[in-house]
Design a protein around this ligand. Structure first.
Ligand SMILES: [Zn+2]
Length: 104
């Protein structure tokens, strides 16, 4: 185990202590999970889309990312910049199909 552990990020809601079986492991940190329940569900798409920040510490270095998960065990990891770009794109296409809300 590394001698010094990094402090929890301010958003850490679910803290995982370092695994004693791995010397380099410095623990992991997870934010609360934000979900949108999908209403256009069918057998494949039933469920929710969720986002969660997580950080894994190893050898005194932190790898932070945003995990985006969709039904069907589909998930990927984004940087903060990519997450902001995705959010902007979601607003653009939402305004295309629902222009009444776009009057701002
Ligand atoms: Zn933590």
């Amino acid at each position: 185990m590394t001698d010094e552990l990094l402090p929890c990020p301010s958003w850490c809601m679910d803290h995982h202590e370092p695994d004693p079986n791995y010397d380099a492991d410095g623990g992991a940190h997870y934010s609360s999970e934000l979900q949108v329940l999908l209403t256009l569900a069918d057998d494949y798409f039933e469920g929710a889309v969720s986002v969660q920040a997580n950080a894994g510490d190893q050898d005194g270095k932190r790898d932070t990312n945003i995990e985006l998960t969709a039904p069907g065990e589909v998930w990927t990891r984004l940087t903060a910049t990519e997450a902001r770009q995705l959010a902007e794109h979601l607003i653009v296409v939402a305004d295309l199909v629902d222009p009444q809300v776009a009057q701002h």
